[in-house]
Structure formats: structure tokens, C-alpha cells
Unconditional design. Structure first.
Length: 156
DNA sequence: CATCAAAAACTCC
DNA sequence: GGAGTTTTTGATG
């Protein structure tokens, strides 16, 4: 696993890459050692640009290649998340419906919780049905912050 | 409006 | 099988 520190306005993220692409992303303060092989500068640069765009509330124009590990269902969910434009939000139930599995909102939540690449895969744009935050693996502070940057008004 | 309870899909142990 | 999860919905007070 190759690693790289991605420094942004919001702090230092740790990105982990496999042989074929970005596999995981960790929030500032949620990682310890940064030992490991260096990742290709090209990927790191793409990751950094995408991250900064997202933190600034903009659409990431270009993402590095992703190599997410997960079941089909999860990958489908993540795909849908990537399709949500900046500044928009959807509910877990909505996503489930789009997958043809209405009622699987809980499973969607599960898939989001297993999302290895927060921010780039905008799990923060998914709220509970009444505009409530629900939860977030990196901490609700991040979720609020990212949404605010995108101009999303929270009912909380 | 706030709480409680049950339901439903999926993954991991 | 059984439990847990970033939910949802409907009943109840």
C-alpha cells in the first residue's frame, strides 16, 4: 500500500493507494504513521485538487483513479454518491430506491459507513429523510462543515 | 412535536 | 443463525 499526505486548508489527510488507484482516505488526526512507499505524484496531485475543491464546496473536476474494495452493492451506492452534485443532498431512502431496493435505507447507511473515501465520495451529502444529519464516520463536525461550504442549509 | 417500536436490506462474526 | 448499521415510517401521548 502506497501512502501520501494530502495537505489542505482543512488539515492533513492521509491517502492510501493500491497498485491501481486510491483505496482509502483518512481525516486529519485520524491516522498515525505515514510510513510506506510513496505514491505516484500524479495521483497525489489529482487527489489534492479534488479534495480542496470538495472542501471549498465545489465540484471536483477530476478524481484520481479509485480502487475501492467492497461488495457490488456498496460500489453501486458509492457510484450514486459520486453522481450527487455539490450543494445537493439526498436521503438514504432515496438512494435505496434508485438501486431498485426501496426500503433498504438501512443497508445504504451501512454502505456509506463502509465508504473508504469520505469527502471524495460525498457521503456527507446524504441526510436522513427530514434533513437531519444522521451520522458520519469522520465526525459530524466534518459533515456540517462540508455541507456548509457547499451552501446547504441545515435544519438543525 | 417528541418518543417508541417495528420493519427491511446488507455485511460481518 | 445473530447482531449491528450514517434509516424510515407509523402509532401514541
Amino acid at each position: 500500500m502506497k501512502r501520501a499526505i494530502i495537505s489542505t486548508q482543512a488539515g492533513d489527510f492521509l491517502a492510501e493507494y493500491s497498485e491501481t488507484g486510491l483505496a482509502q482516505l483518512h481525516f486529519p488526526g485520524q491516522w498515525k504513521d505515514r510510513e510506506g512507499e510513496a505514491a505516484p505524484a500524479k495521483w497525489v496531485k489529482q487527489t489534492q485538487r479534488a479534495l480542496e475543491a470538495c472542501i471549498a464546496g465545489k465540484e471536483a473536476r477530476e478524481l484520481p483513479p479509485l480502487d475501492v474494495a467492497g461488495t457490488e452493492f456498496r460500489k453501486q451506492v458509492w457510484d450514486l454518491l459520486l453522481a450527487i452534485p455539490a450543494g445537493k443532498t439526498r436521503s438514504y431512502g432515496d438512494l435505496a430506491k434508485d438501486l431498485g431496493k426501496a426500503g433498504a435505507s438501512r443497508a445504504v447507511g451501512s454502505a456509506c459507513g463502509a465508504n473508504p473515501i469520505p469527502v471524495l465520495i460525498p457521503c456527507h451529502r446524504v441526510l436522513a429523510s427530514s434533513g437531519k444529519l444522521g451520522g458520519f464516520s469522520g465526525g459530524l463536525d466534518w459533515k456540517r462543515r462540508l455541507l456548509k461550504a457547499e451552501g446547504v442549509l441545515l435544519t438543525a
